[in-house]
Design a binder for this molecule. Structure first.
Ligand code: CUA
Length: 371
């Protein structure tokens, strides 16, 4: 029995260990896909090997002496030569680690400052608003507000300003709340009463905390078009685990097309269609209390800035929703979400409004039409 337990534990440990080696693993910071992630990788690799060498030398020496002077059956343990005080040795093992640490510190500090610098030239600026539990992306220059998917052009640095938003955010008049404060040393503009999150796209950048009342920044960039998975990396409440997002990198041409589509109003469904019924449900029900659809406006007359919930103007153009936990194309998931959000994401701020099956079907048709 004991052997079997040990064997099981060994197999589980081996499986956990080797799972780190799968070639198609997502969110792999060892596969940098842009210059900022590359800088971190280029720092990590030499520091890792220095640490590995120190580990092998120290542990190797330890094992050597344990083995060399072990107690053997029928023989007393060999007693090593006893030394008290050795100036040469002590100076050596004081200076050597100090030199190693200094050698590691110089490139580390240089990289930290390098990554923190705001890039010059062509830079896309995006405000990232961390909600419980989803991400809102606000492009102030383009007039775009979207959710859970950060679209960027390849080959261009993206300077994100990170803000945590809570209930107080609803009273903010414009999306510009996530701007860093004026240069006279005032704090960042009020950003509500949210909680701490952390923004992380391992293949494109390091991680940066999102802190209430403060605007932190981060630079990321993708070399190749693709979809890069990210997630909240700081425990932020019940559905922290479901607070994912994606960075979608396009060629500059594709990105321009995406911007053009995003800035256009939502499509209006054909009269008499199920989607048109869904639009009526949306407008006459509780949806507009929190959600804005460009061309429709929400309950407060906002066309862009939603009132606590994601802007849904181009909902069906996104692959995922609800903190990138659900697939937009999966109508059953969408119906289940509308039926009872908190059953899928614990603590979800979107209430269960007791919608009828007919209302849910109509809303699913309407949301599915918003490309
Ligand atoms: Cu947001 Cu964890």
């Amino acid at each position: 029995m004991r052997t079997r337990t040990r064997l099981t534990l060994a197999v589980v440990a081996l499986a956990a260990f080797t799972s780190a080696c799968v070639s198609n693993a997502q969110q792999d910071s060892l596969k940098p896909a842009g210059p900022y992630a590359q800088k971190i990788y280029d720092l990590y690799v030499p520091v890792f090997w220095i640490a590995a060498a120190v580990f092998v030398l120290v542990e190797g020496a330890l094992l050597f002496f344990v083995f060399r002077y072990r107690r053997r059956k029928g023989r007393p343990a060999a007693v090593p030569q006893q030394i008290h005080g050795n100036n040469r040795l002590e100076i050596a093992w004081t200076i050597l680690p100090a030199l190693i640490l200094a050698g590691v510190a110089v490139p580390t500090v240089t990289t930290i400052f390098d990554l923190a610098r705001k890039p010059v030239g062509n830079v896309l600026e995006v405000n990232v608003l961390a909600h419980q539990w989803w991400w809102e992306f606000d492009y102030p220059a383009e007039g775009i507000i979207t959710a859970n998917e950060l679209h960027i052009p390849t080959g261009e640095p993206v300077y994100v300003t990170l803000c945590a938003v809570g209930l107080g955010y609803q009273d903010q008049p414009t999306p510009s709340v996530c701007q860093p404060g004026p240069p006279d040393g005032q704090p960042a503009a009020a950003v509500g009463d949210g909680v701490i999150h952390s923004f992380w796209v391992p293949e494109l950048a390091g991680t940066q905390d999102v802190v209430p009342g403060q605007a932190n920044t981060l630079v990321l960039q993708a070399d190749e078009p693709g979809r890069y998975s990210g997630q909240c990396k700081e425990f932020c409440g019940l559905s922290h685990a479901y607070m994912k997002f994606a960075v979608v990198a396009h060629t500059p041409e594709d990105y321009a097309a995406w911007v053009a589509n995003q800035t256009s109003d939502a499509v209006t469904p054909e009269q008499g269609s199920l989607a048109a019924t869904g639009m009526d449900v949306f407008l006459n029900g509780q949806c507009i209390a929190c959600h804005a659809i460009q061309g429709l406006e929400d309950a407060n007359g906002n066309a862009l800035q939603a009132n606590g919930g994601p802007n849904l103007t181009h909902f069906a153009g996104r692959e995922c929703f609800a903190g990138c936990w659900l697939q937009t194309a999966d109508r059953e998931q969408l119906a289940a979400w509308l039926d009872n959000p908190a059953a899928i994401k614990a603590g979800s701020w979107m209430p269960d409004y007791g919608l009828t099956q007919d209302e849910i079907d109509a809303l699913v048709a309407y949301l599915g039409s918003l490309t």
